[in-house]
Each structure stands twice: as structure tokens, then as C-alpha cells.
Design a binder for this molecule. Structure first.
Ligand code: SAM
Length: 218
């Protein structure tokens, strides 16, 4: 959770701690999502699951628990629940979580580091969320995700491709990954990739950015 009382500036990134667990959130990024929740839902909520979510659903065990990391407005959780999965979402943005809960989604305000390594999820959906984590945190986050999955559990991860880190004109801080780099990180965390796809789309900031999606299992 986010605790304003203990934040400190760390270069361009503002880290916050809560309950002594050293959680990391880029506050400027979360403020953008807090301000944009309604706009985000209007632009990106879909009446039906897109082909990426349909692929993921076809791979995850029927009725399994699925964790949506950085669930945003809860769109994926809505479709996962409708398909019979026990979907739950976490997101650091209070307003994104409120938008998801308003749709009946089981969502709570929590940071990426709150993912437990307890082998209970048949699938983890991490769609364009972990790109807001610091690069140095990614190996640990992927290891946590691997431990949170049941044997054979499925991960969908979507990131923007490129190098380095930068803020978009809205103020969101991104970490970009090359295809090979992501492949290596997944292997190191114990994943076997079964599908990889690249493309380019227009996001909340209005710019057209290249992305990569990978589906992997433990
Ligand atoms: C680009 S949106 C993607 C939302 C959704 N997954 C989708 O595909 O539409 C990124 C989401 O990650 C969340 N987020 C960013 N940093 C986070 C953090 N450190 N912990 C948890 N959620 C975070 C944001 O609040 C936002 O809802």
C-alpha cells in the first residue's frame, strides 16, 4: 500500500515505504493513473476479451484463480470472471481500484511487491503494468510471480520495447525492454516461453509505441 508519510526522493523516482516492507511506487506515475481512471476506462475497456486475453484464457486451467497485476480499471478481470475464472486484481492506483471495484471486480490497492510466492494462481495477467517497475526490481518480481503460480501456471506479460527509462509527456515513468532481455529475465525466473509477439499501438498518452507480449509457463 502507499504511505505518503515515508516517501523519499531517489533521483527521478520517488520511493515510498509502508509497514517497513520497502515497497516501491513511482508516485508521479500513480498520480497520472489516479487522475485518468475514467478516461482510461472510456478509451480501453472492451465489451469482449481481445485475442491476447482469449489466448491466455485458453491456456489457464478451467476455473483457476487468476491474478491481474496492475489491473487498472478491471477490464480483464471482468472478462476472466465471466469466463469462469476466479479473478482478482491488484493496482497501486486508488482510483483505478475504485473503478474496478465499481464493476464488481475483486480488486485491492497494492503494490507489485505484494505478490505472494504461494503457488495458488493458475494464471498471472500482467498487461502493460510491470513496465512501471524499476529495472532492478524486475528479476525479483518475476521470481515472485513464478512462485505465486501453480505448477504449469501461465504468465502473460506485456511491456513496451526499447532501451532505458523515460517519462512520457503525461509524467508516467517507463522501463523499456528489448526482446532478448525479456526472454533472458523470464528464463532466469524459471519460465518457459511458449508465445511471443510484437506490435505497435496508441496508448493513453496518444503516442504510438512498440510493445512485446510473452506467454510463458512455470
Ligand atoms: C498501462 S496501465 C495497464 C492497466 C491494465 N493492466 C490494462 O491492460 O489496461 C498500468 C497499471 O499499472 C498500475 N501500476 C503502476 N505502478 C504500479 C505498482 N508499483 N504497483 C501496482 N500497480 C502499479 C497503474 O496504476 C496502472 O493501473
Amino acid at each position: 500500500m502507499v504511505d505518503d508519510a515515508q516517501d523519499r526522493t531517489d533521483g527521478d523516482r520517488r520511493r515510498m515505504s509502508s509497514c517497513g516492507r520497502g515497497l516501491t511506487v513511482d508516485r508521479d506515475t500513480i498520480e497520472v493513473y489516479d487522475r485518468s481512471a475514467a478516461d482510461y476506462a472510456e478509451k480501453f475497456d472492451t465489451a469482449a476479451p481481445d485475442r491476447h486475453l482469449r489466448r491466455f484464457m485458453s491456456l489457464v486451467a478451467e476455473g483457476a484463480r487468476v491474478l491481474d497485476i496492475g489491473c487498472g480499471t478491471g477490464n480483464a478481470c471482468v472478462h476472466l470472471s465471466a469466463a469462469g475464472f476466479r479473478a482478482e486484481g491488484i493496482d497501486a492506483s486508488k482510483e483505478m481500484v475504485a473503478a474496478a471495484c465499481a464493476k464488481g471486480v475483486n480488486a485491492r490497492q497494492a503494490n507489485f511487491e505484494s505478490v505472494d510466492g504461494n503457488g495458488v494462481f493458475g494464471g498471472v495477467w500482467a498487461n502493460f503494468s510491470l513496465l512501471h517497475a524499476p529495472r532492478e526490481d524486475m528479476p525479483g518480481l518475476l521470481a515472485r510471480i513464478a512462485r505465486s503460480l501453480t505448477s504449469g501456471g501461465i504468465l502473460h506479460i506485456g511491456l513496451k520495447t526499447g532501451t532505458g527509462e523515460s517519462r512520457d509527456h503525461l509524467g508516467r515513468l517507463y522501463t523499456y525492454y528489448e526482446e532478448d532481455e525479456l526472454a533472458g529475465l523470464l528464463v532466469d525466473a524459471g519460465f518457459t516461453a511458449t508465445h511471443s509477439e510484437t506490435g505497435e499501438d496508441r496508448g493513453l498518452a496518444g503516442t504510438s509505441d512498440p510493445w512485446i507480449l510473452v506467454v510463458a509457463h512455470v
